[in-house]
Write a protein that binds this ligand. Structure first.
Ligand code: ADP
Ligand code: MG
Length: 250
């Protein structure tokens, strides 16, 4: 398998709090990787570091051969990495459809906008079709004209995924996608993520729901106080003493 994302020896401290300690792992093309660990173990910080929202103190992050750890978040999106947030914030006045459209970038060229160039109008039409399709896939078509801020917590998570997919990423990183999602929507979310994987998108998923992890992931890495203490098949997690110790706080 091709190595798509390579994280090498990254460390990050906030003041005296050493949150990531020499974290090294890689993601293969087409893989669905679970990122586990107790609260406060550094999972979200690791996603922030990869997606450029947090600068690492040392180490490197590469997509293929290209280093991305010095790039700002929008350039990392252009390099093919999208992410969602643990607690998605939505603009107060925009509708669901407008939020997804704003996540598309192709029709934003200033000349296209000012001059209403045909190429800009075509790109906008294509973005609009793509946005409608994503809302359909993520079961948000019925609420497309509602204010995004009015959605339930779970629907906001789904909208966050739709926005992330507008950039047609190679890698999608999800921070606790199931938390707050209505049980009836959960199976749909699993099916959607499986479909994305079949389309060739590689996934990194932070999630506490073990049923969800087992139904999706081929491999998990487990963080404990900033260290990776295990990398194994989800079925082997419960036999791994380091994993048990991490969750029992030993
Ligand atoms: P997890 O997602 O595994 O629950 P986090 O990565 O959110 O853990 O947090 C790990 C540690 O880093 C916690 O001690 C948290 O307080 C700290 N931390 C995270 N982000 C910041 C920040 N921006 N400033 C200071 N401390 C932070
Ligand atoms: Mg977190």
């Amino acid at each position: 398998m091709t190595q798509l994302l390579t994280v090498t020896d990254i460390s990050k401290a906030f003041g005296g709090n050493q949150v990531l300690k020499s974290v090294t792992f890689s993601l293969q093309k087409g893989e669905i990787l679970g990122l586990l660990g107790p609260n406060g173990s550094g999972k979200s910080t690791l996603l922030n570091a990869i997606s450029g929202f947090t600068r690492v103190d040392s180490g490197s992050v590469s997509v293929g051969e290209a280093r991305i750890d010095h790039l700002p978040p929008h350039r990392i999106i252009q390099a093919g990495i999208a992410r969602t947030f643990q607690l998605p914030a939505m603009p107060a006045k925009m509708t669901v459809m407008e939020v997804v459209m704003a996540a598309g970038t192709r029709h934003h060229g200033i000349w296209n906008g000012l001059l209403s160039l045909p190429s800009g109008r075509r790109a906008e039409r294509e973005d609009s079709q793509k946005a409608s399709q994503l809302l359909e896939t993520l079961l948000l078509s019925k609420v497309r004209n509602l204010p995004a801020a009015a959605l339930s917590g779970g629907q906001k998570k789904l909208l966050g995924i739709a926005c992330a997919l507008m950039g047609e990423p190679e890698i999608l990183m999800l921070d606790e996608p199931m938390a707050g999602v209505h049980p009836q929507l959960r199976q749909e979310l699993v099916a959607t993520l499986q479909m994305l994987s079949q389309q060739g998108i590689s996934l990194i998923i932070i999630e506490h729901d073990m049923h969800f992890i087992k139904s999706l992931c081929q491999r998990c890495i487990v963080l404990d106080r900033g260290h990776i203490v295990a990398s194994c098949h989800p079925d082997d997690l419960s036999k791994n003493q380091d994993v048990l110790d991490a969750y029992l706080g030993r």
